[in-house]
Design a protein around this ligand. Structure first.
Ligand code: PLP
Length: 360
């Protein structure tokens, strides 16, 4: 067996100890005589898996008691619709457009009400986070929406927008559990798990209880009402059982790494190795404004398309895979999520140095 260093933006690298534990428990989960894939979601043994996963996430993020945690399906993209359907009471929301995911969410919200784009960084290919200290927040806005970490462009919010008292909603798909979060700053946080937590197929919603409404428009599908899911403790129908189990193992792993404080130290160390190299390289350059750099997704380029292609090809052959940048940015992108070991980034940088010397 030989494992590569996988810099994929998602689905992405998972902790090896988690994969090994899952393999060990594949045929017989803790004496149940069956795989987690084979058990009823109503069984006692599964109930323990989902309850423990929720509790561990609550511990890690310090989630206050007046927030519900929902394990759902449909990916982050389904939340682009669920959020406006559930939270638009006045039918108005303000969106901050910092990349394709935020833009998609904004477009989707327009189906259900008036969705204003109150700030955008599209003028410079989303290479920065706009100043959000004094935005034209709509008086009737039911919420202000951000994408906390922009997976494709490699920017992240370091300061939260001034929402002027409105509820903040955040898509944290690509930086969840990478650093501490003050959950009380948000009315709703959601994340597709396949970037930093588990296998594709699970999306987690953390929502303040008073935002869970009973008086939604008739058209809202039963499955997309947070009320339905909250009342049933995420078991209204069959949940993505196996995915939730893996998420639970990853939550335990994050705890073993020192929780979110520990992850932050680990992630800052890793990102610094790569950014320091990019800042000093004559061949490779980062593509975003320094102050807004993501800890998780690091896009970079050389000045030549041919050199980019040659680098990606040779890196792949050397075991550094999925470094091709998103088609809208080009160049390269190294996603260095929680589970990427420091050694992976050190070796990548050593490889980049060598490549630079050989191709100068
Ligand atoms: C990957 C990603 C999405 C889309 O996730 P799906 O689960 O594929 O719908 C949305 N937002 C962000 C920030 C992402 O990184």
């Amino acid at each position: 067996m030989s494992r590569v260093y996988n810099f994929s933006a998602g689905p992405s690298v998972l902790p090896e100890v988690v994969l090994k534990q899952a393999a060990d428990e594949m045929l017989d989960y803790q004496g149940s005589g069956m795989s987690v894939m084979e058990m009823s979601h109503r069984s006692k043994v599964y109930d323990n898996i989902i309850k423990t996963a929720e509790q561990d996430l609550r511990d890690l993020m310090n989630i206050p008691d007046n927030y519900k945690v929902l394990f759902l399906q449909g990916g982050a993209s389904q939340q682009f619709a669920a959020v406006p359907m559930n939270l638009m009471k006045n039918g108005v929301a303000d969106y901050i457009i910092t990349g394709q995911w935020a833009k998609k969410a904004w477009k989707e919200a327009q189906k259900y009400g008036k969705a204003n784009a109150v700030a955008s960084s599209e003028d410079k290919t989303f290479s920065y986070i706009p100043d959000c200290s004094d935005l034209p927040i709509d008086e009737d806005a039911d919420y202000v929406y951000i994408c906390h970490n922009n997976t494709i462009y490699g920017t992240a919010f370091k300061t939260l927008p001034n929402t002027k008292g409105k509820i903040l909603v955040a898509d944290m798909s690509s930086d969840i559990l990478s650093q501490p979060v003050n959950v009380s700053d948000y009315g709703l946080i959601y994340f597709g798990v396949q970037k930093n937590v588990g296998p594709a197929g699970v999306v987690v919603v953390i929502i303040r209880e008073d935002l869970i409404r009973d008086d939604l428009p008739e058209y809202v599908p039963t499955m997309l009402k947070y009320k339905t899911q909250a009342d049933a403790d995420s078991l209204y129908n069959t949940p993505p059982c196996y995915g939730i189990y893996i998420c639970g193992l990853v939550f335990k792993w994050v705890k073993s790494m020192g929780g979110l404080e520990g992850m932050k130290v680990h992630n800052e160390k890793k990102a610094a190795i790569l950014y320091d190299f990019l800042d000093n390289s004559k061949m490779f350059h980062g593509t975003v404004v320094k102050e807004d750099r993501s800890l998780m997704n690091v896009p970079f380029v050389t000045d030549s398309e041919e050199l980019n292609a040659k680098f990606i090809k040779e890196a792949t052959e050397a075991g550094f895979v999925n470094l091709k940048g998103h088609r809208s940015v080009g160049g390269m992108r190294a996603s260095i999520y929680n589970a990427m070991p420091i050694e992976g980034v050190e070796k990548l940088v050593a490889f980049m140095k060598k490549f630079e010397e050989e191709n100068a």
